[in-house]
Ligand binder design. Structure first.
Ligand SMILES: [Zn+2]
Length: 403
């Protein structure tokens, strides 16, 4: 056993389980002789491996936090992860600031991808601590930018990959640490997926308190232009584009979508920006609006866009900046979802967006930490959350079928 991280104690569960296993060992040996000794040895080995994985994960997380990795500036942290993977003999591959490793590929097996992101948002106002110091408190709390979102997921999934890669599984396995997630950038997962083997299923690490999000809302941002006719404000002339926009905004606000997602609830439409007018005495002939639309699996993004255009009417042109961030979901009867249910986990629909939106295959979002701590001052992760995540991922995935 290695104790390189003396501040963290072994969880009482593992300790008592290990002790009781050892206590049973000699007795079982008397009855079953050899197999019990082997079983005892194997258990002990596994126990050691879990500790190794855990301490390595904590070490790597601290290094990641100390390496600023704002979106589109992830080069250094990608270097760090790549060199760590090399040290562990994982044979990393890289495209830009995306780094991945693959177990031996068998084309007759389905492929599971473990993915999380290495970029962070910028430093929020109100930090009381150094966001890059990776300080750990006496009670095992690590503060730092990206500790919760999504460094803890990256290191826990990488630990899981290392464990699963040691034995034969019914699936091929890929671990991908991707960049530009926080900005849905084009050089992140979208650029990397075409370079990977065909993927059948993904586990996406994001802070969900290790509860599985089996559906996630998509996003469309629409630029709206509402026309009018210019005129002098003193005379009865022109057609005020702002007044026309009021009608459009009211129509968008009260739109009623017939279908409703059972997991994600209604589609959320919010007008979030408005701009019009040049000077006080001119009736404006143009009013621009921006509409934020959180889409669900009840409609495709294109269907949603079509309904919004109909509601907005002829006076408003609605142009999407992109329709590529689609809602995603996985069947509640999928074997992995069922297995999580047995582990006492509660499936839910997530309102926040992740790289799942860019994955054209089923995916499940689950990871250590709390979504409410993301993008906020004094972001932290508790070390027990990382140990729990590694154990849960391994229990979920070791020896399971993913189809
Ligand atoms: Zn995230």
């Amino acid at each position: 056993m290695t104790f390189r991280h003396s501040k963290v104690s072994i969880s009482p569960y593992i300790y008592t389980t290990a002790i009781s296993h050892f206590a049973k060992g000699p007795f079982m040996c008397m009855i079953l002789n050899y197999p019990a000794i082997v079983g005892c040895f194997e258990y002990f080995q596994y126990f050691c491996t879990m500790d190794e994985l855990y301490y390595d994960a904590i070490d790597l997380l601290k290094k990641m936090i100390s390496t600023p990795s704002f979106s589109r500036e992830e080069h250094e942290v990608a270097d760090l992860i790549e060199s760590q993977m090399n040290n562990w003999g994982l044979g990393p591959m890289r495209h830009g600031n995306n780094v991945w490793c693959i177990t031996g590929h068998d084309s007759s097996k389905p492929t599971l991808m473990l993915n999380s992101h290495i970029d962070t948002v910028s430093v929020a106002k109100g930090w009381q601590r150094d966001p890059f110091a990776a300080t750990e408190t006496e009670d095992g709390r690590i503060y730092g930018l990206g500790s919760n979102d999504a460094g803890a997921s990256v290191v826990s999934l990488l630990a899981t990959f290392r464990h699963l890669a040691e034995s034969d599984q019914s699936y091929n396995l890929i671990f991908l640490a991707s960049c530009e997630e926080e900005v849905s950038g084009k050089n992140g997962i979208e650029a990397t997926l075409p370079l990977l083997p065909r993927i059948d299923m993904a586990i996406v690490g994001e802070p969900t308190s290790m509860q599985p999000a089996i559906a996630e809302k998509g996003l469309m941002v629409l630029d709206g232009t509402v026309k009018g006719i210019a005129g002098h404000a003193a005379r009865e002339e022109g057609e005020n584009a702002i007044y026309n926009a009021i009608d459009v905004i009211e129509a968008l606000r009260s739109i009623n979508f017939e279908r409703r997602s059972s997991l994600l609830g209604p589609i959320k439409v919010s007008v979030t920006q408005i701009e019009a007018g040049q000077q006080h005495n001119v009736i404006p002939d143009l009013c621009k609006i921006v509409v934020d639309v959180r889409t669900t699996d009840a409609y495709s993004n294109l269907e949603t866009l079509d309904l919004l255009r109909k509601a907005a009417g002829e006076k408003c042109a609605l142009v999407p900046r992109s329709t590529r961030l689609t809602p995603s979901s996985i069947s509640p009867t999928h074997p992995l979802v069922k297995r999580l249910e047995i582990l006492g986990k509660q499936a839910f629909g997530s309102p926040t967006l992740s790289d799942q939106a860019l994955m054209p295959f089923p995916s499940l979002k689950i990871g250590p930490g709390d979504s409410a701590r993301s993008h906020s001052a004094d972001e932290y992760i508790d070390t027990w959350e990382i140990r729990d995540a590694i154990q849960t991922y391994i229990t979920l995935l070791d020896g399971c079928n993913i189809n």
